[in-house]
Design a protein around this ligand. Sequence first.
Ligand SMILES: [Zn+2]
Length: 135
Amino acid sequence: MIIISTNVLTQLHDLIKGSQSMQREVCALLFGKKSVNYQINEIEAIPNRARSSNRFHIGRDDYESCIKRHKRDLIGIFHTHLNGESSLSVADKQQIKKTKCLWLIGVCEKTIVKAYTFDEEKQDIISIQIPNQRC
Ligand SMILES: [Zn+2]
């Protein structure tokens, strides 16, 4: 399960709306802690260097300076899907397997957030529930 504060959820929804109006994928880093559940306390939008409507790229310098600004642990990455697709792309799957971090997808049109991660026990990608999501 993922616990997202209302404040963070509002920010995610704003990013989704912004992504839709710009017609460009938007990405952000997620900070908090991981124990039994994931807890997301802070997010920071980070430039999508790919400047694309169907992919994203996070620059190393952007990534490192963002990490330095936060005291909490980096636990995941957020990006948007402009095509309204809530499932993972091939590239997403590769990145989850590589990073093993929490992967949040903001689905434009529906303005919802979907969450995935790599489950070590199952050795597979699993979807995780976000209980306080508004829709
Ligand atoms: Zn994606």
